[in-house]
Design a protein around this ligand. Structure first.
Ligand SMILES: Cc1ncc(C[n+]2csc(CCOP(=O)(O)OP(=O)(O)O)c2C)c(N)n1
Length: 404
């Protein structure tokens, strides 16, 4: 049986800069130790979101570990198949195996218990049981860490009893509630197209890491200006903000260009971001009320107040804008915030004049280009954070500061 404290020390040793996931009772002792706040542990709202966060951490030059129950494996299939695999972004997974051995657990775990290792292998992930003896487990973890350098993901199946759960639970310190801001409503000018909002963002000339959501937003941003600090999330709809969170918890300022359909798909990420992100994080929602990229079908966004939802989840500030000038003004105001998430909800005219281009480069090359850019350009900040205290350090080479 592995001691969770020993396990966490091994993770430190292998420079795991982002531990995330959703709990399972099979590893409750490990989760208890993580709650003490000394490790880079960032609880996720869903397992898929956790995969995207771990991917973001790798893109920022770190390594990410996702701990989850196998019930959550279905939730991870989308980012594992359309983000980490095609972009060759390595993640390490620790997936418990409820429902195994067959017939020993509750019925809702039976099927997933049976197929867990096969499902992981079908997803093209090398999979092994984590050994219960420390010497073998240490070798396995070292191997998984080395595989990250080769851009290969590794999964460990965590069977019942592999980890000691007899750990005293630590006191969970609830964060102080932040004062709630009110939504700033701005109007001015004709309702913009999505491309015009993207133009307004580019016109600010801020070269921070920028993640564009699935579909036409990525394609239009690419068509307008293809830059090293852009990450085009061509798959994994709904995961743009979680990927941005993975970058931000590693110390980077981030902008996420999201869609209304995409944000609705993983709306829980608003709470995750508000809880964990302390760097400047601008979340722009381009709300055309449509799934434009698949033919313009209506989304469920009519009447959804994304700005109020963001504030209710703990964002620092939020704007709702109708009109091109209004969007430009809100973006200017929003980038002045230095300490956490702000959201700009832009009402956007549906329709596209012509089909935007698709990124021409191979996806693994785009991921590496982005990673090289952020690790070079923000090296001071990332160095400050290496070795790891959970809170971002003050200062940086890139012209902004962060609250300690
Ligand atoms: C999980 C998942 N479901 C569905 C799709 C197909 N799909 C790709 S883009 C898109 C529409 C996205 O809508 P929205 O975020 O509102 O952006 P818009 O297309 O309007 O710019 C859909 C449904 C997908 N890629 N992934």
């Amino acid at each position: 049986m592995l001691n969770p404290g020993w396990f966490l020390n091994e993770l430190d040793h292998h420079r795991i800069g982002c531990i995330t996931g959703v709990p399972c009772s099979y590893i409750s002792g490990l989760y208890s130790m993580l709650e003490d706040g000394t490790r880079p542990y960032f609880p996720a709202t869903s397992e898929g979101e956790a995969v995207a966060m771990a991917a973001g951490a790798w893109l920022a030059g770190s390594r990410g570990l996702v701990l989850a129950q196998n019930s959550g494996l279905g939730n991870m299939v989308n980012p594992l198949s359309s983000l980490t695999q095609p972009f060759e972004i390595p993640v390490i997974l620790g997936v418990s195996r409820r429902g195994w051995p067959a017939g020993t657990d509750e019925p809702q775990h039976a099927l997933m218990g049976q197929i867990t290792p096969d499902l992981l292998r079908l997803l093209d992930i090398q999979t092994d049981n984590l050994a219960a003896d420390p010497a073998t487990a240490a070798r396995q973890l070292a191997y998984a860490a080395d595989r990250c350098d080769e851009r290969l993901s590794t999964a460990f199946v965590l069977e019942k009893g592999v980890m000691d759960n007899a750990v005293p639970s630590c006191e969970v310190v609830e964060p102080e509630p932040l004062p709630r801001a009110t939504v700033r409503v701005l109007r001015g000018g004709p309702r913009p197209t999505r491309a015009q909002v993207l133009d307004s963002w580019l016109a600010l000339g801020i070269s921070r890491p920028t993640v564009a959501t699935t579909g036409y937003t990525s394609r239009e941003l690419y068509g307008l200006d293809d830059r090293d600090n852009h990450f085009y999330l061509v798959g994994s709809m709904g995961c743009a903000s979680a990927l941005g969170a993975g970058l931000a918890i590693t110390g980077l300022p981030v902008t996420v260009l999201d869609g209304d359909g995409a944000l609705l798909m993983r709306m829980g990420s608003l709470a995750t971001l508000a809880r964990h992100v302390r760097t400047p994080f601008l979340h722009v929602v381009l709300d055309n009320g449509r799934h434009e990229s698949t033919g313009g079908q209506r989304t469920n966004s009519g009447g959804v107040d994304f700005a109020a939802a963001a504030l209710a989840c703990g964002y620092r500030a939020a704007w709702r804008c109708d009109g091109r000038e209004a969007v430009a003004a809100a973006l200017r105001e929003a980038v002045a915030y230095q300490d956490g998430c702000v959201l700009v909800h832009c009402l956007v005219r549906p329709g596209v004049e012509s089909k935007p281009p698709r990124p021409k480069d191979r996806l693994p090359d785009l991921a590496l280009r982005f990673r090289n850019h952020v690790t070079d350009h923000f090296a001071t900040r990332l160095r400050l954070l290496a070795g790891r205290s959970k809170e971002p350090a003050e200062g940086g080479s890139d012209g902004y500061s962060i609250r300690p």
